[in-house]
Design a protein around this ligand. Structure first.
Ligand code: AMP
Length: 289
């Protein structure tokens, strides 16, 4: 596995891979890898021959400087996990390599007005800007994103279409710990007590699934049931528990079309997100979370 820090080096390796007839898959990350990240590489390997992963903690997407400062980093461990997962090349730029005197930013309008977009000003603009740059640097055939960050994944799919990036976006399911907690680099920051309480988020999604299976379609009733479960876990703050349409991410009063039910909840200083995609087409509801 090659580890490169410069864009020029990365381009040279990717160009050589392409010359050898290989297709290129790309998984962007902020590091502190877990099985969720590695499952994206697994997915990418199904579609492409040469696997590129980036590890870059992108300061401009952090609306909270304390969150940036506390973001966990362990590059040696990341390299070992990436190597084991079959990554061919890891791109680890420093901030100077990615941004010098940039004046250009990318936004995806309406798709970011709700959910996390409503609570993290500037966050998505930072994400789309760095992902656009990475797409131009890596020029992948396929890039894989996690359902866990559903607003990000759906918006990047739209961004790639709108800006004619010649890349296929794949959205891959959320990997969970055995007790249901969605894997996240931020989980490391939870105390044992906070981690236990945070299980309420995935439990609330399970409860929503049950309600939907029993025929309930009113968003307000479903999200109220989720809120009751999350409230009992004494969260520090709830940013949102919402139902939106897939893929325009506008609020829906009823879950009559393909929808996303999503929550963002703080335990201590740690903000956790989770979601479930609900498809009610044909009358029978299918939930993926
Ligand atoms: P991050 O390093 O948190 O920026 O995440 C990098 C990529 O991994 C994004 O596409 C995330 O959606 C994805 N990801 C994060 N957590 C999970 C998870 N538990 N399961 C699957 N993908 C994930």
């Amino acid at each position: 596995m090659k580890i490169v820090h410069a864009k020029s080096e990365l381009r040279a390796h990717v160009t050589a891979a392409r010359k050898a007839g290989l297709t290129v898959g790309f998984v962007p990350t902020m590091g502190y890898l877990h099985q969720g990240h590695l499952s994206l590489v697994e997915e990418s390997k199904k579609h492409t021959d040469y696997q590129v992963m980036s590890i870059f903690v992108n300061r401009i997407q952090f609306n909270d400087p304390n969150d940036f400062a506390a973001y966990p980093v362990d590059l040696e461990r990341d390299f070992a996990l990436a190597r084991e997962a079959g990554v061919d090349l890891v791109f680890v730029p420093d901030e100077g390599e990615m941004y010098t005197d940039s004046l250009t930013f990318v936004d995806v309008g309406a798709l970011t007005k709700n959910l996390c977009g409503a609570h993290r000003p500037g966050h998505f603009r930072g994400v789309f800007t760095v992902v656009s740059k990475l797409f131009n640097i890596v020029s992948p055939d396929v890039s894989v994103f996690g359902q866990k960050d559903i607003q990000q994944a759906v918006s990047i799919e739209k961004m790639a279409a709108d800006l004619d990036f010649p890349v296929r976006i794949i959205i891959s399911p959320t990997l969970r710990e055995s007790d249901g907690l969605a894997m996240s680099s931020r989980n490391k920051r939870l105390s044992a007590d906070e981690r236990e309480r945070a299980l309420a988020i995935s439990r609330s999604l399970k409860a929503a699934e049950k309600l939907i299976a029993s025929g309930e379609r009113t968003s307000g009733i479903i999200t109220a049931a989720m809120k009751k479960i999350i409230d009992e876990s004494r969260p520090t703050k709830i940013d949102y528990i919402s139902a939106v349409r897939y893929t325009d991410l506008d609020y829906v009063e009823r879950i009559d079309t393909k929808s996303v039910i999503a929550a963002a909840v703080y335990y201590g200083d740690t903000r956790l997100i989770d979601n479930m995609i609900v498809d009610t087409a044909g009358g029978k509801a299918k939930c993926v979370y």
